[in-house]
Design a protein around this ligand. Structure first.
Ligand code: NDP
Length: 247
């Protein structure tokens, strides 16, 4: 794998994914990581000092105007090799409330961050992904060629929803899943793999202290699973260990 872009890498699963990719026997030649505030991303900055293949790009993903510059920065480094993997990880989850307490602002903010931003970033990265797909024509569908992984959640599964509530978060991830499916169809011709992934319930700021999985367990398995995925996974919804999930 030549290059990977992961969003939201200053903490939680994003930071864990960076470490998991670096633990691979052959880490990506270029690991582009995003965060909103580099000065506060101390652990990520420390990692980047130790590993010159880690690049830190500062962006608030709700600033769509910044995507062009982000793509230019990646393109200037990877040139004709493009981008092999876009990992849309950054996300938010407002407090879980029932319908009567649902706030318009939470709905708008969450849909923008969890759905609009990953779709628009995938659109912005498309030329880079297509370049990678072309440069790795001999490779089968998968991350060695070109792929988009959208970090979803089992809470976005309509079939698995038995508890209700969480309008903003559930709707944002269900919509992201719908987008994954469309991407997988639109990009099938270029053999760019598109998958929705549930990381498990993980102990992060979002997952809370009661979650059963720790970050290294989830992210190590995610990277292992993602590296093994191929054409049969395109347009599907899976969890960290490769188990298929219901839409
Ligand atoms: P955290 O809350 O620990 O981290 C979220 C990350 O997203 C942070 O880096 C945060 O940056 C970033 N982020 C949020 N909004 C923006 C924005 N507008 N622009 C740029 N970056 C942004 O969450 P997790 O690590 O737990 O979650 C990562 C992903 O996994 C999310 O998509 C989440 O929905 C999903 N997920 C997590 C589960 C869990 O149990 N933890 C379960 C299912 C899914 P900043 O520090 O600047 O806020």
């Amino acid at each position: 794998m030549n290059s990977v872009l992961i969003t939201g890498c200053n903490r939680g699963l994003g930071l864990g994914l960076v470490k998991a990719f670096m633990r691979l026997p052959e880490p990506p030649q270029h690991l582009f990581t995003t965060c909103r505030n580099v000065e506060q991303a101390t652990e990520l900055t420390e990692l980047a000092k130790q590993h010159p293949n880690i690049h830190i790009l500062q962006i608030d993903l709700k600033n769509y105007d910044g995507y062009e510059q982000l793509v230019e920065q990646i393109s200037a480094t990877t040139k004709d090799a493009g981008l092999n993997l876009l990992f849309n990880n950054a996300g938010i989850s407002p407090k879980s409330v029932r319908l009567g307490a649902t706030k318009l602002q939470d709905l708008q903010h969450t849909l923008e961050t969890n759905t609009v931003a990953p779709i628009m970033l995938a659109k912005a990265c498309l030329p880079l992904l297509k370049k990678a797909a072309l440069a790795n024509e001999q490779q089968c569908m998968g991350v060695k060629r070109a792929a988009i992984i959208n970090m979803s959640s089992i809470l976005g599964s309509i079939e698995a929803n038995v508890e209700g509530a969480m309008y903003a978060y559930r709707a944002s991830k269900a919509a992201l899943n719908a987008a994954t499916k469309s991407m997988s169809i639109d990009l099938r011709e270029q053999k760019i793999m598109c998958v929705s992934l549930h990381p498990g319930w993980v102990r992060t700021d979002m997952g809370g202290n009661n979650a059963p999985l720790d970050v290294p367990t989830s992210t190590t398995q995610i990277v292992d699973t993602v590296c093994k995925m191929g054409a049969s996974h395109n347009g599907g919804f899976y969890q960290y260990d490769g188990k298929q999930l219901p839409w």
